[in-house]
Write a protein that binds this ligand. Structure first.
Ligand SMILES: [Zn+2]
Length: 184
């Protein structure tokens, strides 16, 4: 009893589906005829959107990104050369650990951050009370670190560079130089 009823309703449903498909096909045909208009309108919208986006990006780039991002990305100013060297030591350790664990992705940002920190340290060295000789040695150490970390980063980017273990001794001894200068 329920079976014929199910068949019936199923058959009705089938007819309905056909009708829907047919109507759908019909209505589907109408936009297809006006195809030349629709894509043209879409293109216009798209261009407008695009211009708008580009504009937004350009404005952000000028008003927000350029002014704010360096402040956000750049570490806060150093209170002292000591503080900078302390930070450098902990970054060196994190980066060294990343290479030791073969988890370079986790420390790639730090590797870029070292450049900013080295720049700050360089400034602190210049305005420090260190003797000229000590300043010179500290500047050379900073240079060595720039080069060493730069080579390592270059290699991560597929450019000719060096493995971390190839420069780790240079890095360690340069940081030792800075540690001695800053605490003297
Ligand atoms: Zn990099």
């Amino acid at each position: 009893m329920s079976r014929p009823a199910w068949l019936l309703s199923s058959a009705q449903w089938f007819v309905l589906m056909i009708a829907v498909a047919y109507v759908g096909g019909m209505t589907g045909c109408q936009p297809a005829e006006s195809t030349p208009e629709t894509p043209a309108a879409a293109d216009h919208d798209h261009d407008h959107d695009h211009d708008g986006h580009d504009h937004d990006h350009a404005e952000q780039g000028a008003d927000l990104d350029v002014d704010n991002l360096p402040e956000l990305n750049t570490p806060p100013p150093l209170d002292s050369l000591d503080e900078g060297v302390e930070k450098l030591v902990s970054m060196r350790d994190e980066i060294a650990k990343g290479f030791a664990d073969d988890d370079v992705d986790s420390i790639h940002d730090q590797l870029h951050g070292v450049g900013d920190l080295l720049g700050q340290i360089e400034e602190k060295v210049a305005t420090s009370e260190l003797s000229d000789d000590a300043k010179q040695a500290a500047r050379e150490a900073v240079e060595t670190l720039f080069d060493a970390y730069g080579e390592v980063d270059a290699k991560l980017h597929g450019v000719e560079g060096k493995d971390y273990q190839d420069v780790s001794e240079d890095i360690d001894s340069a940081i030792e130089t800075l540690t001695n200068k800053s605490s003297s």
